[in-house]
Design a protein. Sequence first.
Lengths: 290, 396
Amino acid sequence: MQVAANTLVLASTYVLLAVGYVVVYRASRILNLAHGELMMLGGYALFTLLSIAPGRPLLALVGTVVVSFLLGTIVYLVVMRPMAGHPLFSAVLVTISLGIFFRGLAILGWTAEIRYPLALMGFGTTSLRLPGGAVISNIDLLSMLAAGGLLLGLWMFFARSRLGIQMRATAENPRLAAERGVNIHLVFAVSWGISTFAAGLVGILYSSQVRLDPEIGVIGLKAFPVALVGGLDSLAGVLPAGLAIALLEVLAIQYVSPLLSEVVPFLALLVMLCVRPWGIFGTPEEIERV
Amino acid sequence: MARSAKLAMTMALAVVAVALLAGPVHASDPYKVGVTAALTGPASTTYAPMIDLFKTYLGKVNAEGGINGHPIQVTYEDDRAEAPRAITNAKKLLEQDKVVLLINTSSSATFKPTIATAKEGKTPLLFGGSVCPEEVFPPADPLLFCSTSFAAKLDAEFAAHFMHEMSGGKAKFGLAAMDIPISRIGIDTAEAVGKKLGIETVAKVVIPPTAVDFTPFASKLKEAGATWGFAWAPWPWEIGPYEALLKLGWQGEYLLYGFQPLEATFARLNRESLFALVGTNLLAEDIPEIKAIQALAAKAGVTRIDLEGWVTAVTLHEALKACGWPCTRDKLQTVMTGISIDFKGVKGGPIQWSKDNHFRTVQYYKVYRWDSVKARPVVVKDWSRVDVEQKLKELK
């Protein structure tokens, strides 16, 4: 039972992170390799807001997700939009540079000291016993709720809202969408905003449960195979891929060797690339562009 | 007669003039020392605070006139814990800055190139705050020295004995390490010593640097039935499994090496099941020397106090004092071999190097745990003396 609980908790982190990769890729065909660092900045936004307004955790939490969304749109408008017309490869390289820049920025701004925002909120981690004897923490539960809520919210947004439909249209054919009056730069900016909003959620949850330092962005890369296995252009693929990779990882730790957990996501990716390169729910056409 | 008196007068004046001109210059000539440290990058979390306190101590020494009028001039180079940068730094410090001593305060990835450069330049190299490399243990390399308090094998050996003693011989070890060689050496030693003591190691987890969640690793320790956990790793990989074990409702005891974030973590977690093995006193101790260090650090604006930086600085100061003036690389190496350095209220005893042992002849350990009633760390085991050479022979 604990294996199942551990799987769900790990999968929720992967899902939250992988959603960010997919949303940006669907809209702009860019692999954002600074996603982990944007997650880390979400954690620092929380820490800063809590330091500025101590004793007001709700305000800090809402502020963090708003700041994260705005940060994503700013990154698009300032850095990625000028890359329009350049090869996609160049844009991906720019995101790598951005990641390095953000890490440096974090060290300059907050030093390399390990922080614990949850303690600043005046809260602690509490354990919740599940039927079957498994134990998770209150933050784990929030992580699962956040992942489920985000997937549901995005599904409704893309299916029902005007902007969501415009985003799907842009993802399918940006030129045609632009000709039909869709403001594609707004669509791209909102995509980056949503992606960074999701990263900000992980930043809040991870820094509350584990730690916050300028190097935690490295976990963003662990979720990259989840996005690829699910299908880079498919939000629907994120959930099964996240669950499958988390399960393989937890089983490897429990029954084979803890060290295998590092390679399991990439092994799964390798297998998927051999048998179905476009991922579980991706489209064959898309992977050719990667 | 008048001519010879005139000549004598002229010569005397010349001598006085030379003395007047040359004297002040000699007095202010500095001892040149070079530091290659992880001041930025991932490892800076550990090493940068050490350098801050190192600078604070040397600032005090120089403000008080240096060593017989000679200030200690330190050139700091950032290696980000990367080997290529470390080799560039070491070469620059040796060839361009002409330092008499090289100090490494960085991760083990930088050791090989720094050691090679120091040997090439026949310059003593002090590991201060970084893990002591194999070469400083008997039989020691003549040029390499180490003042760092922690040492994987010896710490783990002491830890295994401590857990055995605390559990009345009934412990079941659950060991955690980060996937780096030195951390694995630590838990392998604990397992081997435990076996000799009749203690079973029920689970051993080596955690990758990119682990997203420590819970699956902690689950393995808990489900194996570990009653005593021990970790020897960089801080996040030591405390991470413990916090995950707490989340899982584990009721055992946990021992780790107490790095700089220990005291804040003790207070944050407020758990009596957490024990820490240390090589320097904690800041919470009511010891005049520790209070003086805190006051000095506060004055210098240093917020994170890592006493390893202080230990390195005192070591450097004492070595240069023993070297006298002028101090050459050869002379410094000679005086360092055989020196005994007293850290007054900071450590359990002096660091004494011998011809064959540049780690130290005697290692001192103290163990703390958190007392939730007193809301402060308390001593569980006061300073214990470990004969290094004898212990290393036993471990072989």
